[in-house]
Design a protein around this ligand. Structure first.
Ligand code: ATP
Ligand code: MG
Length: 560
């Protein structure tokens, strides 16, 4: 491939193009996405997935999926499977490049022995508290551990016995011997192995010592021949350590670590640990609750992989962290669904309307357009009969000026149908409007009126006799504060109104067969999808994916 004509889209591509030109990695591009299987992936991870797989694709390389499973205490096979499903769903394929850091445990052990043999690692007996004390602070250098100058032989012996299970958990650690006075705290003799008797989901009880992330990660990268090891900004200070390990053990190659800014979304959280807490406390129904910004959650909500990839593109690759507005993600979702979602009529809060001059028992099939953005999606027939449902909010007894919908004595057009006029209002004992009596002007089909009178309002409706009842779930933002990631008690700020369940919705009959996961635009209401978990053929459940207009931006404007 010729790189001389390529335009780098961001600073990482710039690095890759230069490396390809100089032949630095032998002209190869190998990236990896390295999740720890300690929770479900979220939108932030989507950014990293799109970036790593995207770079491999653009530059004719490969991207590995590697489970960073070095801490068995928090890791589970359920998460491994969920992560694979989510990466695939986003549209990426790792082919046969599926790896697990746990598969390198033996090799990692050998590299640790190598460090000991060079006098570059030692077994330390300090307690965790003492170690913290010896570590120093940002302004003060640390102190050498009294065990730092153990002989190579003693270290080899102790490390081997750590592995053999001779010492209790936490009694000893293996540390890299670097520099206790380094201004970079990460370089102050970091721990590289700890004793931890926890069963591992891949290696069972084979090991009682487990490597630390900072040690396992660069070596795993090198063993896989990764060329560009892309991670988020908080690892910038770990880079010297990443380099140190690669420079001091006999790995086959030297990957380059490159940092970029995390994707953070306003009014929600992208942290597995924090999401797990919401799940455990029951604030959401699970990792796939449609309010949660996990990939599983947004999939169930009805967001498409296309929209998420589009968001990641638009956000770009930056060097400083920022908070992306939810409106931007919703905008991407709307753009995609607008092109692809078939239209349908659904009444969420029904009000019964009897069209008095519409003959009892008669059904008229009206032609409706499936998608005005894409005429190739064709048309369908929608039945109209004497009794219909309209939206409660499309009627007002005492309307303000400029109201274009139905009111006593006023006219409105039924979408794809006739103009109706409200003749009478029926109320219950509490004085609530329970039914409207209307008449229909049969001369008004096709958008015109015989006398040229103007009827500006058009409302959606569903024939009562043909309606399919359904439950519809409306969602609002998960938190009441913009940046819940910044506060410790974020759980206190879960929006109590983030879910509204409407159980008496009425859908047009074409939706009776809607299959789980399929999406629609309910006219004037937004984009909806059939819930993939709770919807049943005899009891449909729809999620509102996103409202039609950008209500979010409006709310923000009002607050300002
Ligand atoms: P969390 O705090 O949610 O557990 P993490 O970074 O610990 O996130 P990992 O499983 O270690 O989760 O992440 C796998 C990869 O995804 C890493 O390379 C990490 O840098 C990247 N990543 C995680 N969160 C984000 C984010 N918000 N934006 C971009 N990349 C991210
Ligand atoms: Mg992590």
């Amino acid at each position: 491939m010729s790189t001389s004509t390529m335009q780098p889209a961001n600073f990482i591509e710039d690095i890759i193009i230069k490396d390809l030109e100089s032949g630095k990695h032998g002209g190869r591009v190998v990236t990896r996405f390295p999740p720890e299987p300690n929770g479900y992936l979220h939108i932030g991870h989507a950014k990293s997935i799109c970036l790593n797989f995207g770079l491999a694709k653009k530059f004719g390389g490969v991207c590995h999926l590697r489970f960073d499973d070095t801490d068995p205490a928090k890791e589970e096979p359920e998460y491994v499977e969920a992560i694979k499903r989510d990466v695939k769903w986003l549209g990426f394929d790792w082919g046969d490049k599926l790896f697990h850091a746990a598969d390198y445990f033996e090799a990692l052990y050998e590299f640790a022995v190598e460090l000991i043999q060079q006098g570059k690692a030692y077994v330390d007996d300090l307690s965790p508290e003492q170690m913290r004390e010896y570590r120093g602070t940002l302004t003060e250098p640390g102190k050498n551990s009294p065990y730092r100058d153990r002989s190579i032989e003693e270290n080899l012996d102790l490390f081997q016995r750590m592995r053999a299970g001779e010492f209790p958990d936490g009694a000893r650690v293996l540390r890299a011997k670097i520099d206790m006075s380094s201004p970079n705290m990460n370089m102050r003799d970091p721990v590289i192995y700890r004793i931890k008797r926890v069963e591992h989901h891949r290696t069972g009880n084979d090991w009682v010592i487990y490597p630390m992330y900072d040690f396992a990660h660069p070596i795993s990268d090198a063993l896989e021949g990764i060329t560009h090891s892309i991670c988020t900004l908080e690892f910038e200070d770990n880079r010297p350590l990443y380099e140190w390990f690669l420079n001091n053990v006999s790995v086959p190659c030297h990957p380059q670590q490159i940092e970029f800014a995390r994707l953070n979304l306003a009014y929600t959280i992208t942290s597995k640990r924090r999401l797990l807490r919401l799940v455990e406390l029951g604030h959401v129904s699970g990792w796939d609750d449609p309010r949660v910004p996990t990939i599983a959650g947004v999939r169930r909500r009805g967001y498409t992989p296309e929209a998420i990839r589009d968001l990641c593109d638009r956000v770009g690759v930056a060097k400083n962290n920022s908070l992306v507005d939810m409106a931007m993600l919703e905008h991407c979702v709307r753009e995609d669904l607008n092109r692809r979602a078939p239209r349908a009529m659904a009444v969420l809060r029904p009000l019964r309307v009897v069209i008095e001059n519409f003959p009892e028992g008669q059904v008229e099939e009206l032609e409706a357009i499936n998608n005005p953005e894409d005429r190739s999606m064709g048309t369908r027939k929608v039945p109209l009969s004497r009794v219909i449902y309209i939206e409660q909010e499309d009627f007002m007894e005492d309307p303000p000026k400029g109201y274009r919908r139905l009111a006593p004595g006023r006219e409105v057009r039924l979408r794809y149908g006739y103009v109706i006029k409200c003749e009478d209002v029926v109320k219950n004992e509490q004085g609530e409007v329970v039914e409207l009596r209307c008449t229909c002007d049969f001369e008004t089909l096709g958008g015109s009126t015989p006398d040229g009178r103007k009827v500006r309002g058009i409302i959606h409706w569903v024939s009562a006799e043909h309606a399919v009842p359904a439950e519809v779930r409306l969602y609002d933002r998960l938190f009441t504060i913009e940046n819940p990631a910044e506060v410790e008690d974020y759980v206190e700020y879960v929006n109590p109104k983030s879910l509204e369940v409407l159980t008496e919705c009425m859908l047009e009959p074409s939706l009776a067969e809607a299959s789980p996961g399929s999406f629609y635009q309910f006219e004037r209401q937004g984009y909806f999808c059939v819930d993939i978990v709770d919807s049943k053929p005899d009891q449909l459940v729809f999620n509102r994916t996103v409202a039609l207009r950008d209500t979010w931006a409006k709310i923000q404007k009002r607050q300002r």
